[in-house]
Ligand binder design. Sequence first.
Ligand SMILES: N[C@@H](CCC(=O)N[C@@H](CS)C(=O)NCC(=O)O)C(=O)O
Length: 231
Amino acid sequence: MKLYTGDLSPYSAKVRMQIYAMGIDDIKFELPASFFMGKLAEVSPIGRIPVLETDEGIVPESEVMAEYLDDLYPDQALIGKTPRERADVRLVSRIADIYLMNNIFLSLPQMDRKTRVDAVRDLFARQVVRGMGALERHLGTGDFAVGDSLTRADCTLVPALFMCESTVPRLDVDNPILATERVAAYWARIQTNEHAARIMDEMKRGLQERLDGTERKRVEEAIVKAKTSGS
Ligand SMILES: N[C@@H](CCC(=O)N[C@@H](CS)C(=O)NCC(=O)O)C(=O)O
């Protein structure tokens, strides 16, 4: 199988964390130039990463491929042990995806102070704060988001909280994790987990490469190569 993935992409990081935690070692990682050329929709109609390429066809959407990987490898599945735990894993993962990550993503164009529309920034920032409030009440109090071992809830939450901490302050809004107790305590603890630490290193590398221009250079070279080989 092949995973179309990018270091900084939180939805991709979520699936990579699951792959690392499940011990799956035969999935190749790649980011095709077509993604940067706006042509990923030729491979996956949704046109967003991550995309999992399998012998049976493609699987788009991080949450769908997370379920697919659990179904493929039920012995290593990270969905929780009981029906109640599985409901909680799905719930926390959903809060992280829909109420945190999605709103943070939509707010990213508001980082530029010169073009920022305060009302738009405020709309998304309020939604993130609201989602964080819900997470504060649903999150477990142990080392992991749900139950006593790592689940897919952690795999979704780690990249979402990383995004929250690293990007929300760049909107000139306080990092909403700072106003929480449970989430803040969880965030401090989970970063010591080896799989969480690994994807955070990858995301930091992706952020650094975006900020210092390395990513742009690599993308430009890949686009030239793709155009040359396609002609
Ligand atoms: N709901 C999707 C979201 C995926 C997503 O938004 N990916 C971003 C990168 S993290 C992307 O590909 N953006 C490109 C675009 O919007 O064209 C999922 O869970 O996989």
